[in-house]
Structure formats: structure tokens, C-alpha cells
Design a protein around this ligand. Structure first.
Ligand SMILES: [Fe+2]
Ligand SMILES: [Fe+2]
Length: 188
């Protein structure tokens, strides 16, 4: 791992530790997103590895401290800019990383580059393979999980950026839906 990526990882860990709790599930999420990024970088070797891996560690830096009305992708972009400037990272590459960070939610800014598409894909794919939805149901509406379902649907939609990968993840997405529906019926 290059020095700048190691430093970005340390910056991420520092942010979570400083906040002293992890309501946004970042400690499992970001390393899981990194696993997906490494898999996708092997599959799409034309993508710039450093840009993607830097963005992985920086893309959710805007979550803590909470609360804030500012979208975390905007705050992540601001923090990533500050971090990369302090590291004297090249301006050209910095702008590329910042686009990847800013567009990772596929919300108001859509991913335009291969690196940004990979990041947005990995962000959603990681939710399919870690315990994000289980964590979400615990804080969702009692007995029903509208936020969790909505998140899962958005994630599955964003996987379509790489249709063959979306296909690979369809079984697990269907399994999550089955699990949540069964869990909902128990009505605890
Ligand atoms: Fe995010
Ligand atoms: Fe994320």
C-alpha cells in the first residue's frame, strides 16, 4: 500500500476513534468497500488504482461529527481536499479523487469516470456483503423497516453501473429481502 493511501486510511480511523462511536457503521463498511475495490480493480485494470483506493478511505470522512444538515458527500469532499492539500498531492490527481468522493452516492452528482463508477459500485456492493442492513433495522421504524428497504433498493439500483456484477449480487440481494420480510413478520 502506498504511503498516501496508508495516510488516508489512518485519517479515516482517526475520524472514527475521535467520534468514539460509530452510528454509521463505518468501521466495518469502509474496509469492506476496500475489498470490493481490490476485486473491481483486478477486473477493470484500466482504472487508476491509487485514485480509487484513496477515495475508498476518504469517501465517508464527512460522516462525523454529527449532526449536520450538509450531505456527507459534500463534507467528505471538503475534508478530502484538506487532507490531500496538506499532503501536497498533485492538483490534477486531487481533482480526480475529489470527483470520486463527491459522486459516491449517485445522488446530486453522478459518477462520470471509471474510478467514480467503481467507487459508487463498491459502496453499494459492500452493503450487500457486510451487516449494514441488520444494523439499520435496529434503528428503523419499529416492526417495519422502510429506511432499510429503501437503502437496499438504492444499493441494488446503483450496482447496475456494472450489469454483470449486479447479476452476480442478485442472489444475495434477494436473500436480504427474504430475510427482512421474514424478520418483519415476527413483529417484535
Ligand atoms: Fe457515503
Ligand atoms: Fe460509504
Amino acid at each position: 500500500m502506498s504511503t498516501i493511501i496508508k495516510k488516508a486510511k489512518a485519517e479515516f480511523i482517526r475520524m472514527v476513534i475521535n467520534f468514539s462511536s460509530d452510528p454509521y457503521h463505518l468501521m466495518p463498511h469502509v474496509p469492506e468497500a476496500e475489498k470490493w475495490a481490490k476485486k473491481m480493480l483486478k477486473k477493470y485494470p484500466k482504472a487508476d488504482k491509487e485514485i480509487v483506493l484513496l477515495a475508498v478511505w476518504l469517501h465517508d470522512l464527512g460522516h462525523y461529527p454529527i449532526p449536520t444538515k450538509i450531505d456527507h458527500a459534500i463534507r467528505s469532499e471538503q475534508r478530502a481536499r484538506k487532507f490531500l492539500k496538506e499532503e501536497n498531492y498533485s492538483k490534477d490527481k486531487m481533482e480526480k479523487v475529489l470527483h470520486v468522493v463527491r459522486a459516491h452516492r449517485c445522488k446530486d452528482v453522478m459518477p462520470e469516470t471509471l474510478e467514480a463508477k467503481i467507487m459508487a459500485f463498491c459502496d453499494s456492493a459492500s452493503h450487500m456483503t457486510d451487516t449494514m442492513y441488520l444494523d439499520m433495522v435496529r434503528v428503523d421504524e419499529e416492526g417495519k423497516f422502510p429506511r432499510t428497504y429503501a437503502k437496499m433498493e438504492r444499493d441494488f439500483r446503483d450496482l447496475a453501473m456494472f450489469p454483470e456484477m449486479q447479476k452476480e449480487l442478485t442472489e444475495i440481494y434477494e436473500a436480504w429481502k427474504t430475510l427482512l420480510t421474514a424478520y418483519e413478520k415476527i413483529d417484535l
